[in-house]
Design a protein around this ligand. Structure first.
Ligand code: TMP
Length: 206
C-alpha cells in the first residue's frame, strides 16, 4: 500500500479534531495503518516546544521566534514520525501542518507566505500532504466555540481581528493551491462534512 499524508487545517474551533477522528475510523476500516499527529506536537520534543509556544505568559515572543519554534517542532515531527510512516505505507493524518505557519505567521502575523515556506523547507524535507482539508469557518464562531470548551492559549487569546485574518488567509491559500487544498464549509452538520471528506479521498485513492 502506498503511504498517504492528509492534513487538516482551519481556524481555531473549526472542528478539525472531530473530523480527524471520523476520518481515522474510515481509513482504518479500509485497511490502513493510521498515524495521527498534531502540530505543534506529536513527539516528545515537539510537545515540549508546544508548551513554550502556547504559554500565555510569553507575551514578549517575537513573531520570528514564534515562526521558528513552529518550524522546529515540525522538523522533529517530520523526521521522527511523518516521513518514516509515509515511507512505510501508512496513512498519516495531521491536525495542522506547514499551511498553518503560512497562514498564521505568514499572513496574520505579516511575515510573508513565501518567507515562511522558505523557512520551513529545512524542516519538512520535501514532505507535503497529498490532500489538505480546509475547514472554513467565520473567525467569530470558531473562537466562541473554543471559549466554551477550554481556557484559551496564547494564540487563541489574540484579538478577533487576528483570527479574521487567519480565516481569510486560509481562503486565499486554498485559491493558490486548489489541487491540494479542499475547502469545506465547517458550519455544515458533522456527518455532511465527513461525507464530503470521504468522497474526496475516494477520488484520490482511485
Ligand atoms: P491547535 O490549537 O489547533 O492545536 O493549534 C495550536 C495553535 O497554534 C493554533 O492557534 C494555531 C497555531 N499555529 C500557528 O500559529 N502556526 C503553526 O504553524 C501551527 C502548526 C499552529
Amino acid at each position: 500500500m502506498r503511504g498517504i499524508f492528509i492534513s487538516m487545517e482551519g481556524p481555531d474551533g473549526s472542528g478539525k479534531s472531530t473530523q480527524l477522528e471520523l476520518l481515522k475510523k474510515y481509513l482504518s476500516d479500509k485497511g490502513y495503518e493510521i498515524i495521527i499527529t498534531r502540530e505543534p506536537g506529536g513527539t516528545r520534543i515537539s510537545e515540549a516546544v508546544r508548551e513554550i509556544i502556547l504559554n500565555k505568559e510569553y507575551t514578549e515572543m517575537s513573531y520570528m521566534t514564534e515562526a521558528l519554534l513552529y518550524a522546529s517542532a515540525r522538523a522533529q515531527l517530520v523526521s521522527e514520525v511523518i516521513k518514516p510512516a509515509i515511507d512505510g505505507g501508512k496513512a498519516v493524518i495531521s491536525d495542522r501542518f506547514v499551511d498553518s505557519s503560512a497562514v498564521y505567521q505568514g499572513m496574520a502575523r505579516g511575515l510573508g507566505v513565501e518567507n515562511v515556506y522558505k523557512m520551513n523547507e529545512f524542516a519538512i524535507q520535501g514532505v507535503m500532504p497529498d490532500l489538505t482539508i480546509h475547514l472554513d469557518l467565520p473567525a467569530k464562531v470558531g473562537i466562541s466555540r473554543k471559549k466554551d470548551q477550554k481556557e484559551l492559549d496564547r494564540m487563541e487569546l489574540e484579538a478577533l481581528d487576528f483570527h479574521e485574518k487567519v480565516a481569510e488567509g486560509y481562503r486565499k491559500l486554498a485559491e493558490l493551491a486548489p489541487d491540494r487544498i479542499y475547502t469545506i464549509d465547517a458550519t455544515l452538520p458533522i456527518d455532511d462534512i465527513h461525507g464530503l471528506i470521504i468522497e474526496k479521498i475516494e477520488n484520490i485513492l482511485r
